[in-house]
Design a protein around this ligand. Structure first.
Ligand SMILES: [Fe+2]
Length: 224
């Protein structure tokens, strides 16, 4: 597990190795997402090391940060339960995702901008990610959703590696069922699940909006 010193975290060897590789592959230039994805797959295959991290979720839908510095790349274990998909969203930074166990649906959406109309999304790609698979995205071609679709195997626990703290950025989310688009201002983590109603146009949560109950200590609901 990761422990803390007064000034900086001391990372377990597998995590330190990943972040050293990521630093070399993303330092001051366009990230090499193919190589970053391969490094993430290598870590995701280490189920023995990652099992204690997955157990922190206790089978509940949620996210547990493994390494989350103030800025720069960060790593999280994420689980969405049977039949749960995220909202359609972007991150404002590069991302790589790879299952540790289970099958994660990962769909990419094309943004269509008609004159005078809010941007809308059309399905562009639909993948079922299993062990040793990876998906990577680089803005601006990074609108996606992910999670579990019924009938596609067991719900996954995945590693998600983000290039930076996503809530620093102005981002977007959509509801393809209604066509609604929403701008997420910095600090807004967005909806955890597509099934949650979008907040009202005023920015206040809808009276119908129900957030999932908080997970166990250490799990978070900021979308990953
Ligand atoms: Fe995402």
């Amino acid at each position: 597990m990761t422990s803390e010193r007064a000034d900086r975290p001391v990372l377990d060897a597998p995590i330190r190795a990943l972040f050293e590789r990521v630093a070399a592959l993303s330092d001051g230039r366009k990230p090499d997402l193919a190589a970053i994805g391969a490094a993430l797959v290598e870590l995701a295959a280490d189920v023995d090391y990652l099992t204690p991290w997955m157990r922190r979720l206790d089978g509940q839908s949620g996210a547990v940060p493994i390494h989350a510095p103030a800025r720069g790349p960060r790593l999280t274990v994420v689980h969405r339960s049977e039949g749960q998909m995220s909202a359609v969203h972007d991150h404002g930074t590069w991302v790589a995702i790879s299952p540790i166990v289970g099958v994660e649906t990962h769909r990419r959406w094309r943004v269509v901008r008609d004159d005078g109309a809010p941007p809308r999304v059309e399905l562009a790609d639909d993948r079922a990610l299993a062990r040793r698979d990876v998906a990577t995205l680089l803005p601006p071609d990074d609108v996606h959703d992910h999670g579990h679709l019924a009938g596609r195997g067991p719900a996954a626990h995945v590693l998600i590696l983000l290039g930076d703290q996503q809530t620093r950025f102005t981002r977007n989310e959509w509801d393809p069922a209604t066509g609604r688009h929403r701008v997420l201002v910095p600090g807004d983590g967005g909806r955890w699940l597509a099934s949650e109603p979008m907040p009202s146009e005023t920015g206040a949560p809808s009276s119908l909006a129900v957030r999932p109950a908080p997970g166990r200590a250490g799990s978070g609901r900021s979308r990953a």
